[in-house]
Ligand binder design. Structure first.
Ligand SMILES: [Zn+2]
Length: 258
């Protein structure tokens, strides 16, 4: 099954949480998100949370729907549209962002849970786990879980890696913390036999059109996305995460102004 990865949605006249091009390319307009969900339902697909995906019997076509970061639009836009279509989803919140400008408050997060959606952790501070020492990785996994559990009064079972970055330590520590899955952002289909601590997800981007979206849901041509991403991660390995981000920002700004 393909796991879709979304972020903040864009509404007319509402400022985004962040405005740099590297962030905005992951932001869809509400209209585009609505069109994608509408197509899924019309074509007979089901939209599932991560927990639902793990126990799915494979009866009909299905995708898992996930959101990262915990933006306010998770509740105010995405959840409403998902409800209309009868879809489940998992929202991974960055625990340290809760209640800050543009992100869900504690009350909103509880409301999202109470309306039937699953909440997971997207770390404490959104630092890339692969950049941190063991104590740092431990903190991001354990503290965010405790914070979210304290707010929601239920166990947090799923984690998604900030920036999709992970390494061998993450699975072991996540298991120790009590998570049952860890999702990254490698573009591949998850099978029943897949390791639950390295679940792939496909980023739905601002530029993704409906034809691309249909291919992604069906798991078609994911190798193209994987190839593009592996070229990116090779660049990250050479440059380091921080330098890579700043080089990418400059390149995107240039391509916008040019
Ligand atoms: Zn994120």
């Amino acid at each position: 099954m393909v796991f879709l990865m979304y972020h903040e949605l864009e509404l007319p006249a509402r400022p985004l949480c962040r405005t740099e091009p590297g962030y905005v390319r992951y932001v869809l307009t509400v209209a585009n998100f609505q069109a994608e969900m509408g197509w899924l339902r019309t074509a007979g697909w089901r939209g599932l949370s991560v927990s639902e995906a793990l126990t799915f019997d494979g009866g009909n076509a299905a995708v898992a729907i996930t959101f990262d970061d915990g933006s306010e639009t998770d509740l105010t836009s995405a959840a409403t549209i998902l409800k209309e279509h009868g879809f489940g989803a998992t929202f991974y919140a960055t625990a340290g962002f809760i209640g800050t400008q543009g992100y869900m408050s504690r009350a909103q997060l509880r409301q999202l849970k109470e309306s039937g959606f699953e909440i997971g952790s997207h770390s404490m501070t959104h630092r890339y786990l692969s950049d941190l020492d063991d104590a740092g990785v431990h903190e991001e996994l354990f503290e965010s879980k405790h914070r979210l559990e304290e707010i929601l009064g239920e166990a947090i079972r799923h984690f998604s890696c900030p920036g999709g970055r992970y390494d061998r330590r993450v699975a072991a520590l996540a298991r120790e913390a009590g998570y049952v899955t860890v999702a990254n952002s490698r573009a591949r289909v998850n099978l029943r036999s897949s390791d639950c601590y390295t679940l792939g997800r496909v980023a739905i981007m601002r530029e993704t059109n409906l034809a691309d979206f249909q291919n992604i849901c069906a798991g078609r041509e994911l190798w193209k996305i994987e190839l593009r991403d592996s070229i990116r991660s090779a660049a990250k390995r050479v440059l380091g995460n921080r330098l890579y981000d700043s080089v990418r920002e400059r390149a995107l700004l240039r391509s916008r102004s040019g």
